[in-house]
Design a protein around this ligand. Sequence first.
Ligand code: CP
Ligand code: NVA
Length: 308
Amino acid sequence: MIRHFLRDDDLSPAEQATVLDLAARMKAERFAFQPLAGPRSVAVLFDKQSLRTRISFDVGIAELGGHPLVVDTQVAHFGRGETLADAGRVLSRYVAAIVLRTHGDERIAEVAAHATVPVVNALTDDYHPCQLLADLLTVRERFGAVAGRTLAYVGDAGNNMARSYLLAGATAGMHVRIAGPVGFQPDAEVVTRAEKIAGGTGGSVRVLTDPVEAVHGADVVSTDTWTSMGQEDDGLDRITPFLPYQVNAELLGHAASDAIVLHCLPAHRGEEITDEVLDGPRSAVFDQAENRLHAQKALLTYLLEASS
Ligand code: CP
Ligand code: NVA
C-alpha cells in the first residue's frame, strides 16, 4: 500500500516516533543514508511561496542520493486545465515521491488519490505536517523527549500550524494548548480528532482564548504569522484581535523557566513575536528551521520503505 503524508495523523504514534528517531540519526550521521541512490527523482511542487521547504527538500533529496525536481507550478500546466488527478498519474511514472505545497486540502487529496507513489504535504491551507516533525525533533533535542511536555501555541489558532500542532502534538503525547481570539479558533472536527488521539497517547488538548492561561507553565511556546499565505486580502482585521497574543518577554514570563520558543518562520517581527524573544536565549527557531532538513529526509525514507 502506498503511504502518503497529507496530515499529521497519517503517521501513528509509533510511526511518528520511528521517523523522529531516524531523523535524529540522520542529523548525527548527515551523509550516511542513500535510499534514493540511483538516483531516483522526487518532484517538489509549489503553488505557494517558500524558502525553507523548497531548499530543505532540495538539499535533503540530494543528500539521500536522489535527484530533486523543484517546480513552481505557474510554469507547469496546473493553472490552465490539466487536472491534479492527471498530474498525479503522470508524475508517478517519473518520480519516486511527490511533495506538494498547495492551497485547499482537496487539491493534494486529488493528487494522492491518483498517484502511485507517496505524496507529501509541504503545507496546505489546513495543515503543515512536515513543519511539525521538525518542531517535535527540536523539542526532543531540548528536553530529551516529547511525551508529557506542554506546548502552547498562541495567535491565529484557526490556521494550518494550529491544526497541525493539535494533531501532531496529540500523536506525540504532548499536552497541547491552542489560544487565539474568537473567530480565529480551530474547527471542532480537528479538535475532536486530536482529543481522540490524545486519549491513546496520554496527551491532552485545550482550546483557549486567554494567551496567559495557555502559556502558564508551558515547556514550549510557539506562534506563527497572523496572516497566512492566501489570506492577505480576506478583508479581516488580522492585527488588532491578535495583539494580546504577541509572544513577547512579558507573555514568555508566564512559561516554565526553561521554556523554549518556536516559530516556523517566516516571522513578522514586531507582530506575532518580538525581536527580543526571537533572538533571545529561549529561542530555538533556527534549530527548528534546520530540523526541517533532517525530519524530511527521515520522512521520505520511511514512506518509501513502508510503500515498497
Ligand atoms: N516554515 C516554512 O514552511 O517556511 P517556508 O514557507 O519558507 O517554506
Ligand atoms: N501559516 C503560515 C505558515 C508559513 C510557513 C502560512 O500558511 O502562510
